[in-house]
Every structure is written in structure tokens, then in C-alpha cells.
Design a protein around this ligand. Structure first.
Ligand code: ADP
Ligand code: MG
Ligand code: ZN
Length: 606
């Protein structure tokens, strides 16, 4: 039976070729060069596809057809229209916008009017197409039944053939810590054998954690570019299909292809789309669980010296299935945070490199005016500014263009909180208070590492300290110092701004826990050497505790907890009031530079 189908297929194809009007752009546009969405997006990222069209299926849907004409280059011989369709993630939309794609809702491919004469031919052509379609289905069904996975070989192979990957570490600015953390991976990928000989074990999986647009994808690409190895990129949402098992088959194909091309990098964007805790969430879990299991199996399956490193990106690490974070899987986390002032300046430098800037443009000033902007926002800003200048028929991009672009982008970032100057000031004083108390507690072994007013996760700012050495045991003096550090934030707000905010909630909780433990468990109160609580027997390993003391004793113990906290608060107030000038200096420096190292704070306090 297949023989007949093949024969009629051949006849139909010949007919179609004969009937297709050569050189008519209208028909070409309707057909175009269909590619997978991720391949299309990769070419957009490579800069080969720009200024195309995004046609959304209908209002509010993120399902869209994208099309664009490749910029003529040596690599693509005939610049015909590229078309792809699928669900667009916010990242994708951002990418397409930055490549100046037009967006339309429910739009069709632009098709030029057909001359009437062509009507007959068109009818003939259409019936041939229908015939082709039927024949193709007849042919495809048995094939599909035989091998679900086979159709996806082309799914993963595509990205590696986009030519050399030009992305380098230089293109990623303002996240030096993250870069440093993963730079050893480059060495490894360049010569996996060297590492294998010494028996050194490389991480199999590295989880890049950070808000959208901070350069996670870019960073993973840069590692591949630096090491000169293939880069296989997929998005977690690519794996979510209607049919159970398809995602898992894709994972297997992906890793099989990667194994053939190793050393290489596999990048899974939006890992949380598949990697959510199993047994949680909505219905339709089967597909996700199978896909997740396939990833776990694949990662356990390949040898560490094979030279495959799996990068994954997420902005919600806390919802990931714990199995993904076990040793031998994504056991290394690298945080990619929103850039600070210096970082933003560097990113702007990267993205304005090709623009001709007016001499009055000071990128430092632009960076100062854009707190909270991600790398993607800044790339967008540079682009919008250039567009604005072009619209005004100017040859150089000036300050007004940047102002205009910034306004536009700030308004566009609906969900993100816009921080007022007053907010920033409060946070700066709060963090300065923590930092100063840390510095003054140096003899208690707490060393200030860095302090920042850049929001991260839930917290508005953060003060990081490193213990001088690993602690198994805390002295009472150290615990009291820790309490004062926690109180420093609130106290600073109170004495400098005369009003307090809810920003200290986390600090209060932690300080209360420490104080309770001191009194209830560690015998550090006038009640003396007695335990008032005890770990709940049946919940070994958990921190749940139950009281064992009499109610009256507990009441007295609570009094001691309150007294302890009250005394330390008064002490913190005394210290910071006395050092008010230093507090002002550090807060002002934070407002200006956003992040300060421990040494810088110490220098400012001197
Ligand atoms: P993420 O994957 O974290 O959402 P992307 O890597 O996709 O972010 O970033 C999108 C674009 O934003 C990049 O292609 C790049 O142009 C720009 N960008 C983001 N972060 C940086 C950075 N740190 N340095 C330079 N450009 C950046
Ligand atoms: Mg991304
Ligand atoms: Zn705090």
C-alpha cells in the first residue's frame, strides 16, 4: 500500500512544482520557510531575523505566528520568509520587541492581491495541495505509530548548526560574581580529559537563579561561546505538550543528541515549568511528571567525564522539586541578580557600543537614573533611545533620547514596583544600620561582607556577613551581637527618619527566635541551667518544640525574653545615636552607589 502512496505523492509533488507560479512573492510569503519556534528565536537572538511580524492568534493569547525575512548574509543563501508558530514566553516577546517586530492581533500574513487570471491555476494548485496533504497523512500515521520520538530528532539538532556562537563573557556585564563562579566550567569544557585524569568532578548541572532579563540565558550561551562547544537550548514550556509522553521523548532525544556532540552545553530555560514539586499543582500533571522524570534519569545516566553540562534557569527556585537539586543533578546554584549601579553602567556600555552617542551623554548618569532595571531593560533602553533619535532624523543619540526611552520603559514595567526616593532612603538607612552594627561587632567574629539596597527576592535590601570561621557553637556575647545587628535596621530608621516601617519584619522574627532559644534552650537567662522546651519526639529532624515547663515558669521565661530584647534594643540605639555621622555617611553612600563592600563601609566609618 505504501508503494502506491509514494507514487501518487511523487506525481502530486511534480504537479505542485509545475503549477506553483515562480517568483510570485505572494505565494512565497504564504508558504515561507517553516521552522521550529525555538530555532526562529535563536536566529532573532543571533540578529539574523529582525523587523518581522508577530501575529497573535486572538486577543490575550500568547500563541502566535512569527515571520521575518532574514537579513541577507552568506550563511542563508535565499532570503525567503521564515515562519514559525507557538507559544511565546514573556522572554520571547521581549526578544522580539527588541528586534523591532511588529505586533498584531489575529493578523494574517500579508498577502498581495492575486491577479484574476491566476484563479484557475489557484484552484488546481489547491486541490493538488489537498491531495498532498491526504497522502502525507496516510504516510505519516504508520510512521507516527512506530516511533513517537523520531520526529523530534530535528527538534534538537537545529540549534547547533546555526554556525559559531559569537557570545562571549564580555557581552555579559555587571554580574562578575556569577561569571567567576562558572568560569571554571569553561576550562573544563575545553579539555574534559584533563579533569577526568585528575579525577576532579565537575558539576553536571548548574542552576542559574535570578529575576527575568538579568542575563541567565546570555551567560549560559557565553560559556558555550567561550569554550567553543555546541549550545542546545530548550525552554521548559517546549516540553509541555498535549500528549503524555511527548515531553519525555523530547528529553531523551535532546540528551541523546547532546551526547553525540559532547563536550557541549544543554540549556533548559524556565525549568520551573517542568520542575515543579511533584504531586503539587493543577491537573494534567502526568505529562510534567514524566518529563521531569526523564530529565532526572537522563542526568543520572551520563557520566561526569562525558563533558555535558546542563544549565537551567529559573526565577523561582523554591518551587522546584527537591529531586532536581540533589547531588549529581542541579547541585550548584549561581545567583544572577539585578545589576547595581556599576553593573548597569557596564551593561549600558555593552549595548551602546554600536551607537554613535552625543558627547553630552553620560552613561553613569543614565545608570543612576535606572535603579531596578534589568540587563534586558537596559538593552531595550539603548535600543529605544537609538530608535527615538532615528525618528527625529538625528545622527547621534542624545540625552533627551535616553530620557524619553526611560520613561517609556518605566511605564511599560507595570508589575514592577516603582520605588520612590523616600522608599530608597528608608531602605538605605535600614541597611546602613545593619551594616554599621556588623562593623562594630567585628570582635564578636561577625565580618561585614557587603551591603546593598538592590531588592532581591522578597527582601528590599540585604546585608551579608561572613562568619570568621565555621561555627558550631556560639558564645553568649556573639549571640547578643547578632541580636544588635538584626536590630540595627529598625533602630536606624527610627533615629534617622523618625518613623518606622514594616521592613523589619524578617529581622524581628529572627531576633525573637534567637532570644527565645537563648532563654528556653541554652540556659542564658536568670532562670539558669534548665531547658524549658524539648524537641517533639515523633518529629525527629524537624524543629517543632513543645514546652515542658510549668505555665508559671513559662510566663517568667517570656518576661526574660522580652527583657533581653529590650536591653539589646536600647544598647543598639545608644551605639547608633553616638555614631550618627557615620550612619548618615554610609546611608548616603548606599543611595549613591547601591552596593558597598565591607571594606568600603569600614573606610567610611573611620
Ligand atoms: P534571562 O535569561 O535572565 O531572562 P536574557 O539572557 O534572556 O535574560 O537577557 C535578555 C537580553 O538582555 C540579552 O540578550 C541581553 O541583550 C540583555 N542582557 C541581560 N542581561 C545582560 C547583562 N548582564 N549584560 C549585557 N546584556 C544583558
Ligand atoms: Mg532567558
Ligand atoms: Zn533588615
Amino acid at each position: 500500500m505504501n508503494k502506491y502512496v509514494f507514487a501518487s505523492l511523487a506525481v502530486l509533488i511534480a504537479l505542485a512544482v509545475w503549477l506553483t507560479p515562480s517568483g510570485s512573492p505572494a505565494v512565497r510569503a504564504a508558504d515561507g520557510h517553516r521552522v521550529a519556534l525555538f530555532e526562529f528565536l535563536a536566529e532573532v537572538q543571533n540578529g539574523k531575523l529582525v523587523r518581522g511580524t508577530v501575529a497573535y492568534a486572538s486577543g490575550g493569547s500568547d500563541y502566535a505566528t512569527v515571520s521575518a525575512q532574514p537579513s541577507p548574509s552568506a550563511e542563508i543563501a535565499a532570503p525567503e520568509l521564515w515562519i514559525a508558530e507557538g507559544k511565546l514566553t514573556p522572554d520571547d516577546v521581549r526578544l522580539l520587541r527588541s528586534a523591532h517586530f511588529d505586533e498584531q492581533i489575529g493578523g494574517q500574513q500579508p498577502a498581495a492581491a492575486q491577479p484574476r487570471r491566476a484563479l484557475l491555476r489557484e484552484i488546481a494548485l489547491n486541490s493538488v495541495y489537498i491531495g498532498l496533504f491526504v497522502a502525507a497523512i496516510l504516510l505519516a500515521v504508520p510512521l507516527l505509530q512506530k516511533n513517537m520520538g523520531a520526529q523530534h530528532t530535528q527538534f534538537t539538532g537545529a540549534l547547533s548548526k546555526t554556525g559559531p556562537n559569537p557570545t562571549r563573557f564580555d557581552h555579559v556585564a555587571g554580574c562578575d560574581e556569577a561569571k567567576q563562579e562558572i568560569s571554571e566550567v569553561v576550562e573544563y569544557l575545553k579539555s574534559p580529559g584533563k579533569f577526568a585524569r585528575t579525577g576532579a568532578r565537575m558539576p553536571k548541572g548548574i542552576l542559574l537563579v535570578g529575576p527575568p532579563g538579568t542575563g541567565k540565558t546570555l551567560l549560559a550561551r557565553a560559556v558555550a561561546g567561550e569554550a567553543g562547544v555546541p549550545f542546545f537550548s530548550v525552554s521548559g514550556s517546549d516540553f509541555m505538550e498535549m500528549f503524555v509522553g511527548v515531553g519525555a521523548a523530547r528529553v531523551r532525544t535532546l540528551f541523546k543528541t547532546a551526547a553525540k556532540k559532547s563536550p557541549c552545553i544543554v540549556f533548559i530555560d524556565e525549568l520551573d515549568a517542568i520542575g515543579q514539586q511533584r504531586g503539587s499543582g493543577r491537573q494534567g500533571n502526568d505529562e510534567r511528571e514524566q518529563t521531569l522524570n526523564a530529565i532526572l534519569v537522563a542526568m543520572d545516566g551520563f557520566d561526569a567525564h562525558l563533558g555535558i553540562i546542563v544549565f537551567a534557569a529559573t526565577n523561582r527556585p523554591e518551587i522546584l522539586d527537591k529531586a532536581l537539586l540533589r547531588p549529581g543533578r542541579f547541585d550548584r546554584q549561581v545567583h544572577v541578580n539585578l545589576p547595581d549601579l556599576d553593573g548597569r553602567e557596564q551593561i549600558l556600555r555593552v549595548h551602546t557600543g554600536r551607537l554613535s552617542l552625543d558627547h553630552a551623554v553620560d552613561l553613569r548618569e543614565v545608570a543612576k537614573a535606572t535603579p531596578g532595571f534589568s540587563g534586558a531593560d537596559l538593552a531595550n533602553l539603548a535600543n529605544e533611545a537609538a530608535l527615538h533619535a532615528a525618528r527625529k532624523n538625528r545622527d547621534t543619540v542624545d540625552r533627551a533620547d535616553f530620557d524619553e526611552a526611560r520613561e517609556k520603559i518605566s511605564w511599560g514595567r507595570e508589575q514592577r514596583r516603582v520605588m520612590t526616593l523616600q522608599d530608597r532612603k528608608t531602605i538605605a538607612y535600614h541597611e546602613a544600620g545593619h551594616a554599621l552594627m556588623q562593623v562594630f561587632s567585628a570582635e564578636e567574629g561577625l565580618r561585614l561582607h557587603k551591603v546593598t539596597i538592590i531588592p532581591r527576592g522578597q527582601s528590599l535590601g540585604s546585608t551579608h556577613f561572613t562568619p570568621e570561621r565555621d561555627r558550631l557553637n556560639y558564645s553568649e556575647a556573639q549571640l547578643l551581637a547578632r541580636l544588635r545587628c538584626l536590630m540595627g535596621g529598625r533602630v536606624a530608621e527610627e533615629i534617622a527618619l523618625g518613623q518606622i516601617t514594616s521592613g523589619a519584619a524578617g529581622d524581628i522574627e529572627m531576633a525573637s527566635n534567637i532570644a527565645r532559644s537563648m532563654v528556653f534552650e541554652w540556659g542564658m537567662s536568670p532562670l539558669g541551667f534548665v531547658a524549658l522546651t524539648q524537641r517533639e519526639a515523633q518529629m525527629a529532624g524537624s524543629n517543632a518544640r513543645q514546652t515542658v515547663a510549668a505555665g508559671e515558669t513559662m510566663a517568667r521565661a517570656e518576661e526574660h525574653v522580652l527583657a533581653l530584647l529590650r536591653d539589646q534594643y536600647a544598647e543598639t540605639r545608644r551605639i547608633l545615636t553616638e555614631r550618627r555621622p557615620q550612619l548618615d555617611t554610609v546611608a548616603a553612600a548606599l543611595l549613591d552607589r547601591e552596593t558597598l563592600s565591607g571594606e568600603e563601609v569600614i573606610r567610611l566609618c573611620a
